[in-house]
Ligand binder design. Structure first.
Ligand code: FES
Ligand code: ZN
Ligand code: ZN
Length: 298
């Protein structure tokens, strides 16, 4: 198998594109996919200052690396969720990466913001803390992102297509409406972009490994058995049989999205903090109140 670009021995065959590439041209392929997503969806420009949400996992590390390589102005943002060893290890990786490439990294501690970490929140919430954790991350990343032109997150094609699959399976039409690789700035909501939407998990991991980028290999200890993992498995089975399914599924949706127009719920500023919400008080402020009562905090 030879690289289609230079004819050297290929090290990967991307079945969705029927494309064999050597290491060097694979790295170039990944960067081009990111650039394509940025241009196609008009995400950011070279003048923008982008806040990159970094978790220490491969996606956000690759995202930060590629944006930097492409010449974008970035600052990293790491939120320490207080999940003991997992959070500390992830933070070390984000710091190591920032040092290696001389990039600025902002660190925020959930314990400073709420007085507790995710393990305590898990104790007071029924079931898994992942959806509450997701809400907290969205809120705090958004808050940090308001000082920047855009917030970039590492959501990839597998994430987006499995969420899309779940939303269609349950006809959660109102979620479909907001599922987009770019969300424009709206009052207290920062602009959000997902430059990795055209790349799969596998391609991103390969990029990180080829370049020897540091990343935390394990996923959060709370995340096992999440429903989106089933959807992901189903899509992987389809992809295996019919290469290119994921990208066609996702891009088909984005291109035909107008057909899903639903009346959007009106967003109003939260009575406590001003964050846009459909309820009077946003979920973050409600959680904060609950934590204060449960843990007797001031
Ligand atoms: Fe938030 Fe796992 S990262 S619960
Ligand atoms: Zn090549
Ligand atoms: Zn609020």
């Amino acid at each position: 198998m030879k690289c289609r670009i230079c004819g050297k021995e290929a090290f990967v065959k991307l079945r969705s594109y029927n494309l064999a590439l050597c290491e060097e041209h694979f790295v170039e392929f990944v960067r081009r996919r990111v650039e394509k997503a940025i241009k196609k969806f008009k995400m950011v420009s070279k003048e923008d200052h982008i806040l990159v949400a970094v978790s220490g996992g491969k996606d956000s590390i690759v995202l930060w690396h590629v944006l930097n390589e492409l010449g974008y102005r970035t600052t990293g943002y790491f939120l320490n969720l207080g999940i003991d060893e997992f959070s500390n290890k992830s933070q070390k990786i984000a710091e190591e990466f920032a040092n290696r490439f001389s990039l600025e990294l902002k660190v925020e501690y959930l314990r400073d913001v709420l007085g507790v970490g995710i393990p305590e929140i898990a104790r007071i919430s029924k079931g898994k803390p992942c959806s509450t954790c997701g809400m907290i991350k969205r809120y705090l990343i958004n808050r940090a992102g308001l000082d920047y032109d855009a917030v970039a997150t590492g959501h990839n094609l597998d994430d987006e297509s499995s969420v899309l699959f779940g939303n269609i399976l349950h006809w959660q039409v109102e979620y479909l409406e907001r599922q987009s690789p770019i969300l424009p700035r709206d009052r207290t909501l920062a602009k959000k972009v997902k430059p990795l939407v055209l790349l799969t998990n596998h391609e991103i991991k390969l990029y990180a490994d080829v370049l020897g980028l540091p990343y935390i290999p394990d996923s959060c200890p709370f995340s096992t058995g999440a429903t989106t993992h089933y959807y992901r498995d189903i899509l992987n089975t389809l992809e295996e049989r019919m290469p290119g399914t994921k990208i066609r599924f996702y891009m088909g949706f984005i291109e035909n999205k107008k057909g899903f127009k639903v009346k959007e719920k009106e967003l109003k500023p939260c009575e406590r903090c001003g964050y846009l919400t459909t309820a009077g008080i946003c979920s973050f402020c409600r959680l904060r109140e609950r934590i204060k009562i449960q843990f007797n905090l001031r």
